[in-house]
Write a protein that binds this ligand. Sequence first.
Ligand SMILES: [Zn+2]
Length: 150
Amino acid sequence: MARTNGAGSNVAKETLAYCTSCKMDLNHIVVAMKGDRIAKVQCLTCKKEHVYKAPKGVTEPGKAKPTRKKKETTAEATATSIEAEWEKLMTSHKDAPLKSYTTKGHFILGDKIKHPTFGEGIVGKLIYPNKIEVIFRTDLKILIYGGQQQ
Ligand SMILES: [Zn+2]
């Protein structure tokens, strides 16, 4: 009479486990059981046998680690951040009147201006005595203006 061993029935079955060598969740073959728990597994990727570790992808509630995002500081990231900054500024100044840019105009920080070539922008910096740094959608431009009012 053939009778399968209940406790050992999972041996040689595939299971997802954390591989201590590959340092990631991978499919493993169950090598040994301890009661009804998996004791030892063999990684299908690196072929190493090790103690069974639950997959890390399965996070227990309250045990999730906070994820930290690193800020990219590449030139490419800077280029795209100008547009993001511009959009943010345009949104926060959406009620501000749009001033047409002229070299004789007077502008203050935060003024919304319309430039015939660069489009709409926000004055981000005043450069003494007669220049303004304007954030346009795609670029920062230094423009000449009428100078600071006394
Ligand atoms: Zn492995």
